[in-house]
Design a protein around this ligand. Sequence first.
Ligand code: GDP
Ligand code: MG
Length: 170
Amino acid sequence: SIPTVQKKIVLLGQSSVGKSSLVYQFCKGEFFENQEPTIGASFLTKELDFSTHKVSLQIWDTAGQERYESLAPMYYRKAAAALVVFDLNEAYTLNKAKDKIQELSTNGEPNMIITLVGNKCDLERRINSEEVKEYCEENGIMYFETSAKTGKGVEEVFQKISRKFKLPKK
Ligand code: GDP
Ligand code: MG
């Protein structure tokens, strides 16, 4: 059978930016307009098939703890990648995301893949993408824009990250 690489991915960012919605859209192809989706388990899994191997993602979503600004480093311990999410229509969520990226660069796993995700691109945006892209280039992180509502860009985020997860060399 085809070998499988298992990796932990965490989502970080302000409350209401759409973290749970992104996980739901990617793992189940569903979106909830008014209701905050409740995630019973602490993570959802999704398998991606590459020709030489499979990548099994363990995607961790917060259970609302981010409201109290007390997401313990425990949460992102041993994570291979972090999706730091902000809302393209709420400028302050970008500042918070930048703080998080700073924190991850200092306290996160040394080789953690950090990505910045601007969500809700289906709405009228209030954030200039060019500035965000510049920030990401300077800091060597990937940048994506998504809509958990329409699904736009969602698959691509996880695909691009997963492509970097190679089989351990024999
Ligand atoms: P979380 O607190 O970061 O997990 O955010 P949620 O996933 O609970 O989403 C917060 C609210 O934003 C919910 O009402 C969602 O329906 C809505 N939402 C999430 N993503 C999108 C999106 O891409 N577009 C739009 N229009 N609404 C979204
Ligand atoms: Mg949530």
